[in-house]
Each structure stands twice: as C-alpha cells, then as structure tokens.
Unconditional design. Structure first.
Lengths: 630, 189
C-alpha cells in the first residue's frame, strides 16, 4: 500500500495521483505553514483526512478542528500575528459564521501570512445554498486565487502564501466542490523544513491591532493600498493566462472550473476564440483586462454563479471608453448551478452556435427511474428518535430542523423538521415560532457537534428569555455527516485525549430544569417523555442518545471484533402491516414482488432497533456469525 | 479519449472502485482525470464518479450521453446511468445488487426489473454485462468482483490484469489486501 504519510512528507520532488484536497496538504508542508485550523464541512474535510495520515509526532505543523469557523479563523489569525504562517479551511457557508472576524483581517498586519481556503459549492451538492464567496472579497479587501485543477491547487496555495507573507495580508484560495475532489497526477516539488523556533513575534509596533474610531481610517487606507499592489502583482504573475487562438473578433474571459468545461467543449471546434483565464479573480488587473478587451470586438464573460466579473469588467470598459460588446449572463438559468461541460456547451451554443459542432444524439422515449434520496443508515439512532417523536406529537405541532445527518428526518415517512436556516438556528427559530402561539407545540432538533458550534447562544437565549419549546439533542457522539470528526463532548480532539464536555452537565449548569437523557432505541421511554415534556411550560431538553452506528461498526471492523448480526422476518408471524417498511422505514426492509417483507442482507447490521416497532413481533434476531461467514 | 461513468449507492464502495480504475489506467500509461461525489451527505443516496482517460482531457466531468463505459454497483443506478450517460455502442457492466430506493420500498414507485434494464440497453445498442456472485459473503467486496470482470472482459482498452492488481496493491494492505486479491484472482478461474 502506498502510504499517504510517506508521500506527503517526502523531501524530494515526485508525482502522484491525488485529489485537490490532498494536494493542498503537500503545499502546506512545502510552504512551511505552521498553524492550520478548520471546522469540518463538505467539500473540504478530506484536507484534514490527509493531515490525519501523518502521525502527530511527525506532523510539521499544528492542526486543530476548532468548535466553529469563527473560532478557527481567530486561532489562525492569532498565530499569524505571532509570526507563524497559518491557514484556515472550511466550507462556503462557514465564511458566514467566520465573517465577523474575517472582515477585520485585511485591516491588520498579518506578519506571518494567512491563507483562507474556501470550499464553495456551486450546485449546492452538500450545502443549504450556492453562495458565491467572491462577494466577500470586495467587502473585506481580500484577494482571491482560484485554481482549476489539483495541480493548480498545489501551485496557487504556494503562491498565495508568498503573496500573503510579503504583503502581510490575508489571501483567499477559493476552491469549488469538483476542484477539491478532482483527481489527477500532480507534480510536487522538494522542500526543506524550517524547524520551529517557538518564538513569539507578536508586537504591537507591527500594528496597530486595535481598530477603533480614528485608528480605523489609516488601517483601511493601508488595506486599500495593499489591494492596489495585488492588482499590480496580478499583472505580472503567470497564474493569469491568455490563450491566443488568432481570433481578433471574439474573446472569452473565465477562470476556475468553468475554464476546464470551456476548453473541453471547444476542443473539437476548428474556430476557437481567444481565452483569458484569470487565476486571481479579485482584485482584477486593469491592464490585463483592458488589453484583452481592446483586442476584440465581442467578449463573453463565462462565469459560474453570480455576475461578479461581469460587473467589474463592464465598469473597466466604460472607464476606459472602450467600444467592445461585453456579454454576460443572459437568463436566470445562467445564475444557477455548476458550470459543467454540458452547461457551458449550452451557454456558448446560444451565443456563438458556429463554435459548437452538432452532435446527433438519438432521442429515446423517456422512462422514469425511481429517485433515490439519501437515507439515514441502518441502525441510526436518529431514525429511532424521529419515529418516537412523530408518535408523541400531534400532526399540527411544529418541528424545526437543524444541520446534520438528522436533517434527513424531513423526508417521508417521518417528516420531522419542517424549517431550516443554518447551523444552530433551531433554538432561536423555535423560540420565534412559540411566541404568540398557544395552539401548536414547538419542538426543535440539534446535533451534538452543532450544539457546540452555534447552538449555545440560542439555548442560553431560550433560558434567558423564558421561551416555551422542547429541544431534542440528537447525540451520536461524533460529527457524522462530514466523516466522523471528534467534537468537545467526545473526550478526544484531533491530536490527543481531552476532557469531555458533557452536554447534559452544560445544560444542568445553565439551570435547565427539565432534562432527560434517553437511549434513542428506547421507544416507549422516549415517546412518553416527549409527550410529558411538551406539556410543560418553558424550555425543556431531551437528549436522544445513541452512538453513530456507521462509526461504531467501522471501528469494530478495524479492530477485527466485528460480529455479523442480522434480524429476520418470521413470515409465519408477519401480518404484512408494513410498519417496518412504511413508518420505521429502515432501508434494510424491502418488499418482494408478492408484497412479502424481506431483510436485505447487504444492509442489515442486526442492531435490533426495529424489533420493538413491529406490532406482530415478527422481527427476530438471526444467529450471529463472524465476519465473512454466512 | 475514453470516458467512464461509475455509480452506486452511498456505502457500496464506489470510491475505492474508482480509485482502483484511476490507478490501473495510470499503470497502463494513460493520462487520467477523475472526480467523485463525496461526503456523507450522500449516504444511502446516489454516488457518482467520473473518469476520463487519454490525451485531450480537461474537465473531469463527462457530458451527458458521452460515456464509453458505464459501471454500476446497483441495478436501479445502472438504469439511471444508462439513460443519462450511454451513447451508441457504449458498454454497461453492473453488479446486480438491488437496494430499493425509499419510494419503491414505500410502494409509491415500481422496482426496476432486469427486463426493463436489458430492453433499454437493446434500444440504445449498448452491450450489457450483469454480474452477480451468489457465493459472495461480504457485500463490501462486490466492487472487486466488478473490477475483476472489467479486467477479464478487457472493458478498458489496453488496461491489463497486472495493472488492476498493482492498483489494488497501492490502495489496500494486510488481511484486507489478501482477501481482495484472492477474490480478484478467483474470478479468472
């Protein structure tokens, strides 16, 4: 087996097939990045996955999963003003959480340098929106580098650290989902580790570091001047590229993922327009843009998500009195989704049909293929909890969802969780729903990692302002959805054992009077407690606890102590009431062509959470066996 | 250029399958570029992977109905892959696991039958290979059975058995490697 650890630490140059998220870790090592922080969120958690392959004692930098993105940003900031090159990474919407501190960074002298790695998600593959974080660049006077491929992820991270150190300013490396996850052979360089000096270089004379009243203006002025020097730098760097195809009429300006789709779509075309590929998407180099505009009659701005470049470029053309036709977005559809080769082909074909050769594809009669929504895993404690809560509540009652695996409770047959904003919103949204409401009970859910991430202010507000709703903490002992990262209640952090912060004790110390901790598999107890709690006036908490069974079975397999357990349906006893299929709905239970229920052997883990839900007690345990036996 | 589209259900092992193919193609001397849909947000949902081989490859994403080879670990996903990604004369290989989607289990959708799948293949002039191993105890190894059959039927031009073996050796170790290599070689007896 090729060990990721050995590869990442190798001193010499080499080439290897890696995804963008792995390539960045090698760049962190080569650039002597000393402090790296994060909060897990797709599409970036594999960066930490690659880091975890390096044992702590060999890791040439400090890494932590912080409690949320704002905390992570602040830890990286503190390290940078102390002289350490630092980096922070998180998903697109994580920047909203970090924003309060993030927007300050450019005002301050980051003497060690600092790179903010963003995993934007065009297409909303695993996010609640497809926000375009390029907007934040303008707001915060922060440059953005945008790579297209894993090779460029590696190269641009290195270049971003150099620029950040030189100008002592934050630099964003903006990745998108399929840049993070794309795999190709990347050529890596060699490096020398600079040993840690353990010096503290923080010095107020590098500042000022207190932005208050009149101090803000000189700081802002400095930030704007730095941004100007990035524009100049942008003119010289090789990461902005012009591809001349001898078309003095038409040109396309693009960047990142859309650039790859564009050359893919144009590769069979005998007429190719000139292309300007931007590596630095903010701030733009006025000279590069104006030169490109001047040498063409028509310019298409090929831009995923929002019209950020389009507006900037039209402004530059106007400012420079250029008589060039600039074509940006032409329909609402142009604002939506990822710019895949299919999408780009459509956009270009609409504009310049002669560039795209017609492919004669045959049309077939449409057939419906059953949709496949994501499901909670077999044995998931959340399923048991939702099943019980649904039984305990009335149809008219309101349930508030939060972010995590348990968001999936909104799907049939549970329909638990009817409204969702963001991480940790549940307690406060529930509070609002309970005001002037005497006819419907309000119940909200939260996961254990989210409890610490952004849940606490809403909980404290509920106690402080005496709100009337029930919180159900879905405690599975991990940050499951992003790949099982540890959180403050686990008793372990990324690097070592640590004291566990008990959710129950936290709530007790807040003075919450009604707290019940119940194993999510205990149906009767859970149903009874929900019924009891929703009738009590005030803020009540039920901790529905069960370990993530996916994590649990994986760990058992790793340790070699996994025992194959299955349940079976006793066909003599089964009355075909379909409770297991239609209401408990573990994916293990399937129907054959005669409507008989069977247990899918690939899926069942034999947890038995289903047994108590069968009204005719037809679900029974099967004989146990060691892994590999039947 | 040769395009491969892979699909399955989250938890079936599409990630490893695609990683094996990427590395096998690399061992065979091809330039390769691929991308998976990652993340547990997809657990129990559709998981896809795109793989492009050869010169002249830029985006890792395959255009609709432009795959030379479609690989699926599940029957319903095989049909979805066929409809969305096949072109005339492409090939489909699938492991006939049947993980009924939510609305099929709930009786609101109809299960995809083998007849439907084979008819749709015929209509499109797509050769279809159904793989199912009755004696396989560990569902986590269905992906290796598929890899072995891809090798056996030479479904990826110029990628040979030894290339697949080397790829598997790069990615697995210990007992896991032994079990998977053993199963892989048994498929050629």
């Amino acid at each position: 087996m090729k060990l990721l650890e050995e590869m990442l630490l190798k001193k010499e140059s080499f080439s290897e097939i890696v995804m963008g998220n792995t390539a960045i870790v090698r760049a962190m090592i080569e650039s002597n990045t000393k402090v790296i922080t994060s909060y897990p969120g797709s599409p970036t958690p594999e960066i930490a996955g690659a880091i975890s392959s390096i044992p702590l004692e060999k890791r040439p930098f400090y890494f932590e999963f912080s409690t949320n993105e704002k905390v992570a940003t602040e830890v990286a900031f503190g390290s940078s003003v102390n002289g350490n090159l630092s980096a922070v990474f998180f998903k697109s919407v994580g920047l909203n959480v970090a924003a309060d501190s993030f927007v300050q960074l450019s005002l301050l002298e980051l003497i060690g340098g600092m790179v903010i790695i963003l995993g934007d998600d065009p297409g909303a593959n695993s996010s609640q929106n497809e926000q375009d974080n390029r907007h934040y660049a303008k707001l915060s006077y922060t440059p953005i580098f945008e790579p297209s491929t894993p090779q460029e992820v590696y190269e641009m991270y290195l270049e971003a650290t150099e620029l950040s150190k030189k100008l002592k300013m934050p630099v964003i490396l903006r990745l998108t989902t399929h840049v993070c996850h794309a795999k190709q052979k990347v050529d890596f360089g060699s490096y020398n580790t600079i040993e840690n000096s353990f010096k503290s270089d923080f010095d107020v004379s590098n500042g000022p570091y207190i932005p208050i009243t009149s101090e803000v203006f000189p700081m802002k002025e400095k930030a704007l001047k730095k941004l100007d020097s990035v524009s100049e730098y942008s003119q010289k760097t090789k990461i902005n590229k012009v591809f001349i195809n001898e078309d003095n009429k038409r040109g396309i300006i693009t960047y990142g993922g859309p650039y790859l789709s564009l050359i893919d779509v144009l590769k069979n075309s005998n007429k190719k327009p000139d292309i300007l590929k931007l590596g630095i998407v903010y701030p733009l180099s006025e000279k590069i843009i104006v030169d490109f505009l001047k040498s063409h009659e028509e310019i298409k701005i090929l831009e995923e998500l929002d019209d950020v470049l389009e507006k900037e470029i039209i402004y530059l053309a106007y400012k420079n009195n250029l008589n060039v036709k600039i074509i940006g977005k032409s329909s609402l559809e142009d604002w939506l989704g990822e710019y895949t080769p299919d999408k780009v082909e459509k956009v270009i074909k609409n504009l310049w049909p002669d560039l795209i050769s017609n492919t004669d594809s045959e049309n077939f009669e449409e057939i419906y293929v059953p949709k496949r929504p994501a499901q909670m895993c077999p044995g998931c404690g959340h399923r048991s909890a939702f099943y019980a809560v649904k039984k305990a509540l009335k149809d008219k009652d309101i349930t508030v969802a939060d972010i995590g695996c348990h968001t999936l409770g909104f799907l049939p047959p549970y329909n638990m969780g009817q409204v969702l904003l963001s991480m940790g919103h549940g307690n406060s949204t529930a509070a609002g729903l309970s005001i002037h409401n005497k006819e419907r009970k309000v119940v909200t859910f939260i996961g254990d990692s989210t409890f610490f991430h952004a849940g606490l202010p809403g909980i404290i507000n509920a106690i402080f302002n005496k709100h009337n709703f029930t919180l159900i903490v879905m405690e599975n002992g991990t940050t499951a959805m992003t790949g099982h990262q540890d959180h403050p209640a686990v008793g372990k952090n990324f690097n070592s054992d640590t004291s566990s912060i008990s959710i129950k004790k936290v709530l007790e110390s807040f003075g919450v009077k009604h707290i019940a901790e119940i194993d999510a598999y205990s149906q009767k107890k859970l149903i009874d407690t929900v019924r009891e709690f929703v009738e009590i006036e005030g803020f009540k908490v039920i901790i529905a606890k069960h370990p993530c069974m996916l994590k649990f079975t994986r760990e058992q397999r790793k340790k070699g102590v996994f025992i194959t357990r299955k349940v079976r349906v006793d066909k003599d006893v089964c009355t075909l009431f379909y409770e297991c299929i239609e209401r408990f709905a573990c994916p293990t239970f399937q129907k054959d062509s005669e409507g008989k229920i069977y247990v899918h052997e690939d899926l069942c883990i034999g947890d038995g959470s289903c047994m108590q839900t069968c009204p005719s007690t037809a679900i029974k345990p099967k004989k146990e066996s060691k892994e590999g036996e039947k | 250029m040769f395009n491969i589209y892979l699909s399955g259900v989250g938890g079936q092992g599409i990630g490893l399958l695609s990683e094996i193919l990427i590395r096998a193609c690399d061992y065979a001397g091809y330039k390769v570029y691929g991308v998976d849909t990652h993340g547990l947000a997809q657990r129990g949902g559709v998981v896809e992977s795109h793989l492009k081989i050869g010169e002249d490859i830029y985006s890792p994403l395959i255009k609709k109905n432009d795959a030379d080879l479609i690989i699926s670990l599940e029957r319903t996903e095989a049909l979805r892959g066929l409809i969305n990604y096949s072109k005339k004369d492409s090939k489909l290989i699938f492991y006939d696991a049947n993980w009924q989607p939510l609305f099929v289990r709930m009786g609101k959708d109809t299960e995809v039958s083998l007849d439907l799948l084979s008819n749709e293949c015929k209509k499109r002039n797509v050769s279809c290979y159904r793989i199912f191993l009755d004696t396989l105890n560990d569902p986590k190894m269905q992906n290796i059975v598929v890899v072995a059959n891809i090798a056996k039927k030479s479904l990826i031009p110029k990628v040979e058995i030894v290339h697949y073996e080397n790829a598997i050796k790069d990615l697995l170790s210990g007992v896991n490697l032994e079990r998977n290599l053993k199963l892989f070689s048994e498929m050629f007896i």
